[in-house]
Design a protein around this ligand. Sequence first.
Ligand SMILES: NC(=O)c1ccc[n+]([C@@H]2O[C@H](COP(=O)([O-])OP(=O)(O)OC[C@H]3O[C@@H](n4cnc5c(N)ncnc54)[C@H](O)[C@@H]3O)[C@@H](O)[C@H]2O)c1
Length: 250
Amino acid sequence: MPDSSLDGSVALVTGASRGIGAVVAARLAKAGAKVGVNYLSSRDAAAEVVDSIKRRGGEAMLLEGNVSEETAAAAVVKQVVDEWGHVNILVNNAGINRDRLLMRMTSDDWDQVLDVDLKGAFLCTRHVIPHLIRQHSGRIINISSVVGISGNPGQANYAAAKAGLIGFTKAVAREVASRNVTVNALAPGYIATGMVEQLSEDTRQRILDRIPMGKFGTPEDVAEAVLFLCSQGAGYITGQVLTIDGGMIA
Ligand SMILES: NC(=O)c1ccc[n+]([C@@H]2O[C@H](COP(=O)([O-])OP(=O)(O)OC[C@H]3O[C@@H](n4cnc5c(N)ncnc54)[C@H](O)[C@@H]3O)[C@@H](O)[C@H]2O)c1
């Protein structure tokens, strides 16, 4: 049976040229949403995400832009609304990490991660939210991390950004709840994207030993959770953090 649960919806997924964002974009499109595929510099990869959605009969648009810059974030949202008339789903997925023990962490390492992972979500949300409020409906999903809940050595900047994203989620959820707009966060554990695939066999095994389910998650696991939070059935869920980590921090 074709999945048409998001027919008529318009979604913007940031950082969707690869990894989790690319799979989320494809999943939302498969459910019938028109999808804005934002990317920073990897145009060919992002174009392939758009083409692959179109080959499967979906609608998608390529949106270049650095989410941590206000003018770019505003322009990305504007392009979506100009083209498709409205926007009702925002997935703040763009993220980077600059891992280093705190003693060696530079202000640049700190600023870059906070700028993309936290300020980027703020800016995109800030520019999408007037549309959602006006429509009296909408979904915002922020891709945080279990690291924002548990912490992790070598990731003070990333953990601070991802924990900040959880506070941001809860505050904005309260601001817009009366307008029928939900705001939730997902906290993935170790998801098998490029980053995890590059780890040494030793490190991979050490990580797997800490995961009760004994396996890495997949981008599809995250995409299905995004789809659920976008569904009608999740309409009374807001301000929540859903971990997707095989039981790691349960
Ligand atoms: N992979 C994991 O195990 C894992 C676990 C927990 C959370 N996450 C989070 O999930 C999200 C996606 O992770 P991933 O593993 O797919 O990462 P990835 O590095 O494969 O993809 C990140 C995407 O963000 C884009 N991006 C980076 N900076 C940007 C900017 N300034 N503006 C616009 N786009 C930008 C990149 O181009 C890329 O498309 C990130 O927020 C990450 O922190 C990932």
